[in-house]
Design a protein around this ligand. Sequence first.
Ligand code: PLP
Length: 408
Amino acid sequence: MTVEELRAQFPILSSQVNGRPLVYLDNAATSQRPASVVECWEGMALRTNANLHRAVHALAARATDRYEQTREFVRHYLNAAAREEIIFTSGTTGGINLLAHSFGEAFLQEGDEILIAECEHHSDIVPWQLLAARKGLKIKVLPILDDGMPDLSALEGLLSPRTKIACIAQISNVLGILNPVGEIIRTCHAKGCAVLVDGAQGIVHGKVDVRALDCDFYVFSGHKVFAATGTGVLYGKKALLEQMPPFLGGGEMIDTVRFSGTTFAPLPGKFEAGTQDFCAVPTLMPALALAGSVFADAELQRSGEEVKAYVLDALRRNPRIRLFGDPADPARKVPLFSFCVEGAHHEDLALILDKMGVAVRSGQMCAEPLMDRFGVTGMLRASFAPYNTLREAETFTASLEKAIDMLT
Ligand SMILES: Cc1ncc(COP(=O)(O)O)c(C=O)c1O
């Protein structure tokens, strides 16, 4: 598939912003949606709209089939061992809050420890802090080195017999580096510590195999990988999920309810209380099918590498730019670039770029501890998707040069 053929599937990419062709480089915040995803959602809403699991009528059966078919699709996509290991959530944040609550209830006692990487998104920090405050737990931090890589030399020393879970992003939404999660998981497991991989950005940049990774938990959001907003997945090893209590209580997560006591549904229902987003969840199928075909497409991979190399080189060569997340091994870098410009505020640059049709992110990017680590108040981020062309990358670098000149 050519990039142009891929782009044709995303109507919004041919639109204009501020009288200029849109150059959308805020993909790490949310990807754009292909027509197949919108059609899937529309088909559910217009022709298959019924609540799940509850009723015996045909429409309810159809909606339930699509929902459970999606679970099987996701199980297969992630190479999970069983459908019970796939829990639908509202997104990465929803998944981590569920996990922090239920894993915390099941496995953490006062004085236990949670290890969190310094590069984590607030979604992978704050739910653990809330849990730590409730249960009297200690949070330890795995430091990030100057080049953006986690400091693996510190890992073993941070793990004690009381460290029950380690939380690490597969790819940080600021640094754009493929973290060595396999190595981290092996070290943690050797010390009896479970591992959550935050895959919000990881799912976007390559095929994920949770069994090969051997992570205990993996979370991601549908909207960052072409699916509808409000969708997400928590993968967990069945043996762990089975020991964890429910997070939310309500309809469909129960076995029997009496005022004398309630028993709960088996997995995965135990963790899916109330009406689920049954129109949105099936969009994970066309979305992940497209992501999978992009990863398998030699031409799109070549074009993505070309865009990445071009932008990386342009940013590195500019003496006024300080790039964050620049590992020695370029294979570890994905096309997500966060940087500061000497003498120009990130917010001003983002506003000028917007006037030129270029959409980028500016600010703390929900990673305040990482901003502190690098001693900055915010950054500018350009995050590319496989549908971004080399021409757009050139527009970005030329527009950035102009914006910098206007401000310095
Ligand atoms: C690494 C990472 N974790 C967690 C999140 C939170 O995702 P959501 O807001 O979809 O729940 C994001 C979103 O930017 C992210 O990039």
